[in-house]
Design a protein around this ligand. Structure first.
Ligand SMILES: *Cc1c(COP(=O)(O)O)cnc(C)c1O
Length: 391
């Protein structure tokens, strides 16, 4: 992959940026941890003379610190923090006008699909959903009014990949901006801006926050016009995070690198264990040689993340027994926290998809998704073995 742009511009490694970018000691007291500025407004010395903050919907120092750190981790110039991943997605869409067209991955996060299909489509924004693992499908879907190519890679729960560099090249030939939802990989494992994307999107609720204690979102870009437009829309609409939430995400970022390494190490051990298990039909993990896009994953990612999907033998009732038999893997939606989670996409996160669409895409009633945490891999494997006994 191309050299990570941020490594060229910022002399410091990812781990160092995560702890220092935007986080100088607080000048008044020397506090080394960025304070939670719990305020709605800021006193001005004179009309229009202030210290950079006027009203907390527009900006807040805790949020500014988080935004600077987010930008540094993706090698971007500008970061924006939001109240949720969906609020970040909304703000990108708010930059469009009625009659504009968006090409999107078909296997996007369910909430993203709902927002596009049930909300923004009502305001005259048009969407085409394509299998973005095929660059030709993206190309065929482009129209003269296409403004944004929305990619998610790897996807959820099928863990399909899009070749970001190839997709960005063909989008840019048509003047289309590319936004990559990088929630699954995190900036530690994938740098979409360095691969040609115009903006990177996150649900910081997941790996970036990392402790299942905050809901948040982010967008990072080096495109000043795009940033200014999003900043304007965010402030106009009010999709902003509170200072405590910003503090929690910023605290999560400090350990992102070491957490991601552990997530991956555990995921690889579990994926290999499941792959040779006689009661498992198939395992989907980009780090396995058997993944159809393993070569692309190796080229455009620096690691494969902590999400695994696998299909077990048996029927829907057996799968439900499996899910309720684990003790360390909590049965829950969401992902990316230090604790391991397990869920059944067909009945939970992806239940809103019509059954034929689910079947066609491979989300069967025994297709299980796990978010591998950073507990001991041996304990996690033993926990899954207990679940196999219960089926
Ligand atoms: C969770 C998630 C979102 C939505 O983020 P929220 O913080 O829940 O609003 C968007 N994209 C992906 C890939 C996600 O996993």
């Amino acid at each position: 992959m191309p050299e990570n742009a941020s490594r060229r511009e910022n002399p410091h490694a990812f781990e160092t940026r995560a702890i220092h970018a935007g986080q100088d000691p607080e000048p008044a007291t020397g506090a080394v941890s960025v304070p939670i500025y719990q305020t709605s407004t800021y006193a001005q010395e004179d009309v229009g003379r202030h210290k950079g903050h006027e009203y907390a919907r527009t900006s807040n120092p805790t949020r500014s610190a988080l935004e600077a750190c987010l930008a540094a981790l993706d090698g971007g110039e500008f970061g924006l923090a939001f109240s949720s991943g969906c609020a970040a997605t909304s703000t990108v869409m708010n930059c469009l006008e009625a009659g504009d067209h968006v090409v999107s991955s078909d296997d996007v996060y369910g909430g993203t699909f709902r927002l596009f299909d049930k909300v923004y489509a009502r305001f005259g924004i048009e969407y085409t959903f394509v299998d973005a693992s095929r660059v030709e499908a993206i190309s065929e879907a482009m129209r003269p009014n296409t403004k944004i190519l929305w990619l998610e890679t790897p996807t959820n729960p099928l863990l399909k990949l899009t070749d970001i560099e190839a997709a960005a090249r063909l989008a840019h030939e048509r003047g289309v901006k590319v936004v990559v939802d990088n929630t699954f990989a995190s900036p530690y494992f994938q740098s979409p801006l360095a691969l040609g994307a115009d903006a990177v999107h996150y649900s910081t609720t997941k790996y970036l926050g990392g402790h299942s204690d905050v809901v948040g979102g982010a967008v990072v870009t080096s495109d000043r016009a795009l940033h200014d437009r999003m900043k304007f829309c965010q402030n106009a609409v009010g999709a902003v995070p509170g200072p405590l939430d910003c503090f929690l995400v910023l605290r999560g970022l400090k350990t992102l690198a070491i957490r991601m390494r552990e997530h991956e190490k555990n995921a690889l051990a579990i994926a290999r264990h499941l792959e040779k298990h006689r009661r498992v039909r198939r395992v989907v993990y980009p780090g396995l040689e058997s993944h159809p896009q393993h070569a692309l994953a190796k080229r455009q990612m620096r690691g494969f993340g902590g999400m695994i999907s696998f299909e077990i033998d048996g029927d829907a009732a057996g799968a439900r027994r499996f899910l309720s038999a684990t003790r360390l893997f909590f049965l829950a939606e969401s992902l990316g926290g230090v604790e391991s989670l397990i869920e059944l996409p067909a009945a939970m996160t992806h239940s809103s998809l019509p059954p034929e669409v689910r079947q066609k895409s491979g989300i069967s009633d025994t297709f299980i998704r796990i978010s591998v945490g950073i507990e001991s891999a041996d304990d996690l494997i033993a926990d899954l073995e207990r679940a196999f006994e219960a089926v």
